[in-house]
Design a protein around this ligand. Sequence first.
Ligand code: SF4
Length: 409
Amino acid sequence: MNKVPQAVRPHIVILGRCNVGKSTLINALCEQSVALVSAQPGTTTDPVAKSMELLPYGPVVLVDTAGLDDDTPLGKERVKLSERALRKADLALLVVETHALHPLEQDILARLRKRRIHSLVVINCHGEPSGEAGEHSESHAIEVNALTGQGVRELRERIAAVLQSTYEELPLVRDLLTGKGPVVLVTPIDKAAPKGRLILPQVQVLRDILDGGGVAVVCRETELAAALSKLNSPPELVVTDSQVFPEVARLLPKDASLTSFSILMARNKGDLPALVQGAEAIAELRPLDRVLIVEGCTHHSQEDDIGRVKIPRLLEGRAGGELRFTWAKGPNFTADIHDYRLIVHCGACMLNRREMLARLEQAAQVGVPVVNYGVLLAHFSGILERSLAPVLPSLSDTVFPPAAITYNR
Ligand code: SF4
């Protein structure tokens, strides 16, 4: 069960002041020693994320954070990391010691409400829970004794109930399919492909088709013509790796429905219309403009790497001269982004939707357009419109509520 990728698990972020028992609570919820517990304030430094099976709900990620009232110089840096962890939160547990909330705790609750993050107040009692938590004036609250485990089972049940009513797993592709024909997945196996396996977006799209009762055919671009010739009915949809988009488009009839793994991922994780709008900024790039290239995880660059080599080459060709690139990997997105002309983001398969939307929102607030790898490659191949056609009509329905991101620029 712990193999379920973190990006598709709801994230529960545990917050509170120093020494209110956050780490003890995460250990009690996990029934194992995940976080270091000490009476010394500031024991938790970087947020600690633990994938677990939280019954009766299922797979989740619990994130332990440093105390939000640590005002030492190092503590202030930790507070920033804790706030960054909140960007991923589908649910926040605010751990407090008493029924009367400290002003900082009231402020945290107000900020959670403003950011539309669901929250539960967890009163970590030192003794026997009083049973009065349900009357808590600030929010839904529950009493536990994290040290003895009293109330922890009830807390798990409350968490499960909140997630069941608020967390929605969005489909990647199955909502687009009617079963008219198979879905053909084109997955190049080149030097960049990991040994012995498919990459996460390919696996997730395949699984989503199977979950929807669909039929999938998987091949490399070199076998696509042969695969198509063996089908009894035309494919309902072809999904390809963005890097072989032009070859695949050439092999298909003009009216065949074609999109990419990146575009499906962008629809699922973020705000696809905002990313398409970001592609319009490519035409405005001029030599020496600054471009930020962001990858959601850390991985070794390959020869002719898409983010390091291919995309910079395409952008410089369009700008007509050298551009100034910066690369960021993993969580390093909170740096000063306002003086970039364009941000190019990867497919974000390792990020959850909340994190990706927070990144788009942050960029929109400073007026910097964002495009992702898939949209950018389709744009350069001249087939953006074609690759969006199968997915854009469904963007306006309620399954994918628009994130209402607008650019200030
Ligand atoms: S760089 Fe982005 S798209 Fe590639 S594996 Fe990492 S998170 Fe996924």
